[in-house]
Design a protein around this ligand. Structure first.
Ligand SMILES: [Zn+2]
Ligand SMILES: [Zn+2]
Length: 381
C-alpha cells in the first residue's frame, strides 16, 4: 500500500522500477541515498516476495521491453490490498459499535422518556388513521348493508382525537397551521416545524375522513352508490391538494428566518433557499392540480362501466348476478356481454379494470380513491 504513490507519481520512482526489472541490486543501491520513490519500491520488493521470481525470470530473458512489466504486479497489489483495508475498517466500526452499545441504549432510553408524550401522540395518530381508513373502506364495500352506527362511532373517534390533541398542545396553537398561519412555538426550529407539519398532516387526513363518514351517513336518496364513489374520489383529491399546500408557509418561514448575528449573507442565502422551495412546491402543486381537475371531470361525468342490459341479455345469463348471486338490480352489460348489477360492477371497478368473469379490460384506469381509501402518504414538506 505504501509503495503505490511514489512509483506512480514521481518520474524518478518510475525509473527505479524499470531498473528493478533488469537488475534488482542496482535498484536498491540507487534508491538508498535519499530518493523516497526508490526506497518505497525496495520496500515493496521485500513486502511482496512473489514479485522476485517473476522479475528474475524476465531479467534473464531478452531485455527488449522492460517497462510494461511492473504494471500488472502493481495493480494486482492494489486490488488485493483494498478489500482487506475496507474489511478492517468495517471491523473497526463494528468494534466501536460493540463498545458504545450500552451508552447508545442509555441515550435512547433517555430520549424515549424525554419525548414520551410526542411518541405516544405519534403512535395514537398512526393507529387511529389506519383503523378508521380500513373501517371506511369496509363500510363503502358493504354499501346498502353498512352500519350507520359504526360510521357515527368513527366520526366521534376522529373528532375526539383531534380535539384532545389540540387541547393537549393548546399553548402551541397548532390549529393555526390548518389555516396557513404560524403556531405559537418560539423559537421555530427544524424539529418544531417538523412537529407542527406532521400533526397538521394527520389532522387534515382526519378532517377529510370525517367528511367521508358523513357521506356514508347521508341517505341513499341523496347519495347513491354511483355518486358516492365520485364524492369519495373528489374529497380525497381535495384532501391531497390541501395537504400539499398546508406545510408551505411553515417551511417558507423557517427557511427565510435568520439570526441577527449571522448578518446579510445568511439573509440572502435564506431568501434564495425559500425561493427554491417555492419553485419545488409549485411544481408539485401543478401535478396535484391536474389530478384534481381530472377528478372533477369524473365527478361531473356520470360514466358507467357498461350499458343497460336488455331482458334477453339478463335471461341468457340466468337472471342471477355472478357477483352478489342475487336477482339483477339495474343490470349493466359490459363490452364482453357479461351482465352484472350496476352497484356490483361499480364496486368492482373501484379496484379492478377488467371484467370479473373473462378479464376483458373495461376501463383504462382504476380511480382508486372511489373505494373510500385515504392516502397514508405523510406530506412533510
Ligand atoms: Zn349483483
Ligand atoms: Zn366479461
Amino acid at each position: 500500500m505504501t509503495a503505490e504513490p511514489p512509483t506512480r507519481t514521481t518520474p524518478s520512482g518510475a525509473v527505479a522500477s524499470t531498473r528493478s526489472d533488469t537488475d534488482e541490486v542496482r535498484v536498491s543501491m540507487n534508491a538508498a541515498p535519499g530518493e523516497s520513490g526508490g526506497s518505497a519500491s525496495a520496500r515493496r520488493c521485500r513486502l511482496n516476495p512473489r514479485a522476485h521470481p517473476h522479475s528474475h525470470g524476465h531479467a534473464r530473458g531478452p531485455q527488449r521491453q522492460p517497462t510494461p512489466e511492473p504494471r500488472p504486479s502493481d495493480s494486482g497489489e492494489q486490488d488485493s490490498g483494498d478489500p482487506g483495508a475496507s474489511l478492517s475498517e468495517l471491523r473497526c466500526l463494528f468494534r466501536w459499535l460493540q463498545k458504545s452499545l450500552p451508552f447508545l441504549v442509555i441515550l435512547s432510553a433517555k430520549l424515549v422518556i424525554q419525548h414520551a408524550l410526542g411518541l405516544a401522540v405519534g403512535v395514537g395518530l398512526v393507529t387511529t388513521f389506519f383503523h378508521v381508513n380500513k373501517s371506511i373502506q369496509m363500510q363503502v364495500f358493504l354499501q346498502g348493508r353498512h352500519e350507520k352506527l359504526h360510521c357515527v362511532w368513527l366520526l366521534l373517534l376522529l373528532v375526539s382525537s383531534t380535539l384532545l390533541l389540540y387541547y393537549t398542545f393548546l399553548p402551541q396553537s397548532l390549529y393555526n397551521c390548518l389555516v396557513f398561519l404560524s403556531p405559537t412555538i418560539e423559537p421555530l426550529g427544524f424539529w418544531e416545524v417538523l412537529w407542527a407539519v406532521g400533526i397538521t398532516n394527520f389532522i387534515l387526513k382526519f378532517l377529510f375522513m370525517g367528511i367521508k363518514c358523513l357521506l356514508l351517513l347521508l341517505p341513499t336518496l341523496l347519495v347513491n352508490h354511483q355518486t358516492q364513489g365520485r364524492w369519495l374520489l373528489l374529497s380525497e383529491e381535495l384532501a391531497q391538494t390541501y395537504q400539499a399546500v398546508a406545510p408551505a408557509p411553515l417551511w417558507f418561514r423557517y427557511l427565510v428566518t435568520y439570526q441577527e448575528a449571522d448578518g446579510a449573507p445568511a439573509l440572502t442565502v435564506g431568501v434564495l433557499l425559500a425561493l427554491l422551495y417555492l419553485v419545488l412546491k409549485l411544481l408539485g402543486l401543478y401535478g396535484q392540480w391536474t389530478s384534481l381537475i381530472k377528478a372533477a371531470r369524473i365527478f361531473l361525468k356520470n360514466e358507467r362501466a357498461g350499458l343497460a342490459a336488455t331482458r334477453s341479455q339478463c335471461a341468457e345469463s340466468g337472471d342471477i348476478c355472478p357477483i352478489c348471486q342475487g336477482e339483477y338490480r339495474e343490470p349493466q352489460a359490459l363490452v364482453c356481454q357479461h351482465v352484472f348489477c350496476d352497484e356490483c360492477i361499480a364496486l368492482w371497478c373501484n379496484r379492478e379494470k377488467s371484467c370479473p368473469l373473462c378479464r376483458t379490460v373495461i376501463t383504462d384506469k382504476v380511480h382508486k380513491w372511489r373505494d373510500g381509501a385515504t392516502s397514508p402518504h405523510l406530506q412533510i414538506y
